[in-house]
Ligand binder design. Structure first.
Ligand SMILES: Nc1nc2c(c(=O)[nH]1)N[C@H]1C(S)=C(S)[C@@H](COP(=O)(O)OP(=O)(O)OC[C@H]3O[C@@H](n4cnc5c(=O)[nH]c(N)nc54)[C@H](O)[C@@H]3O)O[C@H]1N2
Ligand SMILES: Nc1nc2c(c(=O)[nH]1)N[C@H]1C(S)=C(S)[C@@H](COP(=O)(O)OP(=O)(O)OC[C@H]3O[C@@H](n4cnc5c(=O)[nH]c(N)nc54)[C@H](O)[C@@H]3O)O[C@H]1N2
Ligand code: SF4
Ligand SMILES: [Mo]
Length: 889
């Protein structure tokens, strides 16, 4: 496409479900810069660390730029014909359920719509499922059980209007940072606003909480059924709302009364006093919003957790009112859009139901579909089992990396490897999933493609292209439509642009609707290319007739059940012990501030890679002692399915008996960091969502003979160490290392790691008795690589070592300083990066505190830290607090 370089293009961030507006600009020299869109109603100009670093992630390094068929470059015609003919042939021989699509909440709505249409209306199977199964499925199921529809009742403004925000299983400070900042700003204006955090770990989000309940893993059902009983006992019910707009209250209350307060205290491992404080606060605060995320959804009781929460809101009539409601926040940029197009195997498009014959008939009419799916398809975990046992013979994966992100990931990888025909559409040439594809299809990436996404508050925004299309990459919707055409469905897949697809999607949402379905954007059914280009962010519902008077749902009932009433779901707390003698600890998994999922994007950014540069596990000091683990040791975590090697981080933020490890590291970035090799395919019985936060494991110290740390100019081609992890830094790469065996040839190892030209000068220091080795190689004045080896975790400053890659080293003195492994006295070690925007480390902040800065604002004035995106403000506050405690001791 033609790109107007002088213009700032209005688009939407491709990361989380907050859905922030972004202004992207290309300067005359081609340099791209981004800033928050001040006019976007999700962020009003703010961006978090990931959004701010978007320009660092759009280079073409590692991109898949041409179609490939069986490992060789092919033209689009050949690749598309091959996909279409193999799918058609498989369907002809084995029936429509022998093929499957596994798609993603990172597809745009238009891509998602076309994929779903092809599978459910034309292939005639519902075997299309999505990574949203791992993410939002329990919320969807809970909404449908209670409301008769998958409706998020509230809006972001409610978070600012609330007097009490309850955050359940959500690390908002790191995972929805701009929402967190909106709450922090609102609370600064209204300090009386209260925040309760319910999370087994003391996360950075605890920084803003008045009360942190370090709940036992999966204690949430007991906690919220207990709350319902408490509301009943303390006359805190909205009896009029219950009578007029709901059914089933009596049974729900009866079920909730199974445990007394002592029983709840035991099931949640919270004290009766803590419970009393939380319950009392909830009971007396009318304007309460309960925000929940993966600590709720990713559980074998996920749907019950959702309904236990919703029950409390229905019982108090706190739903769809300004400042009150249950609020499931979405993870991916288009998790919500995927739900609108019915992207899951048990849904139909436009919030219709696949089990409902009238709905199926309506969609068939609208699409003029030859073979509508007539039953739900396989949900993700079952889908990959069917791939593994040969029932699915052709699989197309789009915009997701299941070899890393599916539970029991080694089994998923084996299934993919065994599948006769695997197609992967991706933007990268090499991911842990792409490596197994028979056909690789190059998709256009963020900044190159056009479409829409829907955020957590049902707001639809445009993603707009501002970069030229690289190589032969094509948008996902085009790729899918071309395959549809080649399978013989030309007429149905003739839409020539995202605008046309969006108009069709909008028309279907209004088709025979008349207020019977929540999702209605009929007002946009007539958009043309020009309207679509200028489309401003809008919230649904947006029906074509009467414009809605409110963007919230259910304040006055009108639920999407046959009788218009909400359903209370009777929920009984149940206990479930997964640990045993062999696997005595519970592994909890999740995210870190500056990485996104399998690091395909954030791993490219030096700024984002510095905050946390290797896979780790958080362990409580008592557990560390029990299992003989020291801080910074390398540890092996094992489950019955697999193992990983990660760095131990001993911390009181972790609960005793539990571990926490992030999901981000893959074979591309670490020797053995694929966390989902450990997780189980145990799922919630209603939603099919896997229980990714509660896995029985054991931990042991990895007996390393030596530890190492290196910086290298080029990315190491291969690393012959038992443990390694690479992270991008400004001048090259940082490499963490540990070795199971004695090594005598450190010079040889260094040479293979650095890949330095033979002309380079090498400087080495060896103290064999002490097990200390340091080797640096220089090419002219530039450092090619430096390796530091020690018998224990290497104590060299990472930031300082990485900086040496960017400096010139003409004199022997500077070169020796590297081999000495010490920053010069005039250059104190900045410490671990806290503020990614300005590269400010923990030691610098601590020094500023020692020099008299006692607030986050004064740190900002002195160091600039925390003054751009603000994502690190919670961490800065923690450092200030820690210093204060030290000073007081
Ligand atoms: N930086 C960053 N942000 C992201 C993403 C990312 O990869 N990186 N991904 C996006 C996506 S797709 C998603 S889905 C969201 C996820 O956003 P979040 O759900 O906020 O993130 P998680 O870290 O997965 O898990 C949240 C918390 O649940 C807690 N938890 C675990 N078990 C329980 C439990 O039994 N009960 C309770 N109450 N809490 C529990 C964990 O300790 C963890 O702190 O983040 C989005 N934003
Ligand atoms: N243990 C554990 N596992 C988890 C979770 C957890 O908390 N714990 N969380 C789960 C959740 S909530 C989620 S959402 C998943 C996320 O897991 P994944 O979806 O597997 O993670 P991503 O790294 O986002 O993968 C996106 C892929 O799409 C590619 N891509 C990017 N843009 C485009 C595009 O425009 N078109 C195409 N075709 N490809 C593109 C990227 O290169 C990348 O390969 O992980 C789940 N797995
Ligand atoms: S909060 Fe951050 S990651 Fe999420 S949409 Fe906004 S800028 Fe992007
Ligand atoms: Mo997610």
């Amino acid at each position: 496409m033609e790109i107007d370089a002088a213009r700032e293009v209005r688009t939407t961030c491709p990361y989380c479900g907050v859905g922030c507006g972004v202004l992207a600009k290309i300067a005359a020299d081609g340099q791209v810069s981004v800033r928050g869109d001040p006019d976007h109603p999700a962020n009003f100009g703010r961006l978090c660390s990931k959004g701010s670093a978007l320009a660092e992630t759009i280079d073409l390094d590692g991109r898949l730029l041409h179609p490939e068929v069986y490992g060789r470059r092919a033209g689009w015609d050949e690749a598309l014909d091959r996909v279409a003919s193999t799918f058609s042939q498989t369907i002809a021989e084995h029936g429509p359920d022998s093929v499957a699509f596994y798609v993603s909440g990172q597809l745009l709505t238009e891509d998602y719509y076309v994929a779903n249409k092809l599978m459910k209306g034309f292939v005639g199977s519902a075997n299309i499922d999505t990574n949203s199964r791992l993410c939002m499925a329990s919320s969807v199921a809970g909404h449908r059980r209670a409301f008769g529809s998958d409706t998020v009742p509230g809006t972001y403004e409610d978070l600012e209007l609330a007097d009490l925000i309850v955050l359940v299983g959500s690390n908002l400070a790191w995972c929805h940072p701009v929402l967190y900042q909106r709450i922090a700003a609102a609370r600064e204006k209204r300090p009386e606003m209260k925040i309760v955090l319910i999370d087994p770990r003391r996360t950075m989000t605890a920084d803003i909480a008045d009360l942190h309940l370090a709940i036992a893993p999966d204690g949430d059902v007991a906690l919220f059924t207990g709350l319902l009983a408490y509301l009943g006992q303390h006359n805190a019910l909205d009896r009029a709302y219950i009578a007029e707009h709901t059914t089933g209250f009596g049974q729900a209350l009866f079920a909730a009364s199974k445990l007394d307060l002592a029983g709840i205290a035991e099931a949640t491992s919270l004290s009766e006093d803590e419970l009393g404080r939380f319950y009392g606060l909830f009971a007396r605060t009318e304007k309460t919003v309960t925000v929940y995320s993966q600590g709720v959804n990713q559980s074998s009781s996920g749907t019950d957790k959702v309904n236990a929460i919703i029950n409390c809101h229905l019982a108090t009539g706190r739903i769809g009112k300004p400042g009150a409601g249950p609020f499931s926040v979405t993870g991916q940029p288009n998790a919500m859009g995927g739900r609108e197009v019915g992207g899951m195997a048990n849904m139909l498009v436009a919030h219709m139901e696949i089990e409902n014959p009238a709905h199926r008939a309506r969609v068939r009419r609208f699409w003029n579909a030859p073979s509508m799916a007539d039953k739900p398809g396989l949900k993700a975990v079952d889908m990959f089992k069917a791939v593994g046992d040969g029932r699915i013979k052709a699989l197309w994966i789009m915009a997701t990396n299941p070899v890393d992100s599916m539970p029991d990931a080694d089994a998923v990888e084996a299934a993919i490897k065994a599948c006769p025909f695997v197609v992967v559409s991706d933007v990268l040439a090499s991911t842990d999933t792409v490596r197994h594809a028979h056909v690789r299809l190059p998709a256009t990436a963020w900044g190159e493609k056009d479409g829409t996404v829907t955020n957590s508050e049902r707001r639809i925004s445009r993603q707009r292209a501002f970069l030229p299309t690289p190589g032969e990459a094509r948008p996902d919707w085009w790729i899918i439509a071309e395959v549809g055409k080649r399978m013989g469905f030309g007429e149905a897949f003739s839409d020539a642009s995202p605008a046309e697809i969006f108009a069709e999607h909008a028309a279907l949402s209004a088709y025979e609707n008349d207020g019977a379905r929540d999702f209605d954007i009929g007002a946009y059914a007539g958009v043309d290319v020009e309207d679509y280009d200028g489309l401003a962010p809008f919230q649904w519902p947006a029906p074509s007739q009467s414009p809605p008077t409110t963007t919230r749902f259910f304040a006055n009932g009108n639920f999407y059940t046959p009788d218009g009433k909400a359903r209370f779901i009777p929920i009984r707390p149940a206990t479930d012990t997964r640990t045993d003698e062999k696997f005595p600890l519970i592994l909890n998994t999740g995210r870190v501030r500056d990485h996104w999922h399998t690091m395909t994007r954030t791993g490219k950014s030096p700024r984002l890679s510095q905050h946390i540069a290797e896979p780790f596990v958080e362990i409580h000091p008592a557990d560390a002692q029990r299992f003989g683990i020291g801080d910074a040791d390398i540890v092996r975590i094992s489950s019955p399915r697999g193992e990983v090697l990660v760095r131990a981080l001993v911390t009181l933020r972790q609960r005793q008996g539990s571990l926490f490890a992030p999901m981000h590291w893959t074979d591309q970035f670490a020797a053995k960091g694929r966390l989902d090799a450990l997780t189980a395919s145990l799922t919630d019985p209603v939603s099919g969502q896997p229980a990714l936060k509660h896995v029985a494991v054991r931990i042991e110290k990895f007996a390393a003979k030596a530890f190492g740390f290196a910086v290298t100019r080029e990315r190491p081609a291969s690393v012959t160490a038992t443990y390694w992890a690479v992270a991008k830094c400004r001048g090259g790469w940082r490499v963490e290392l540990a070795f199971a065996d004695d090594n005598t040839d450190w010079a040889g190892f260094a040479a293979s790691l650095f890949g330095a030209p033979p002309t380079s000068d090498t400087l080495a220091y060896h103290d064999r008795d002490a097990g200390q080795h340091r080797i640096a190689a220089f090419d002219a004045e530039r450092l090619q690589g430096a390796l530091f080896v020690a018998p224990g975790p290497v104590a060299v400053s990472r930031g300082w070592a990485a900086e040496q890659l960017e400096e010139t080293h003409a004199g022997q003195r500077e070169r020796f300083r590297i081999v000495a492994g010490r920053a010069g006295a005039e250059r104190p070690d900045a410490g671990a990066t806290v503020c990614s925007c300005f590269s400010i480390g923990a030691n610098q902040i601590a020094a500023a505190v020692a020099a008299g800065c006692t607030t986050v604002a004064s740190i900002g004035e002195t160091l600039k830290a925390g003054t751009n995106c603000g994502s690190c403000r919670a961490e800065i506050r923690v450092i200030i607090e820690a210093r204060r405690v030290q000073a007081a001791e």
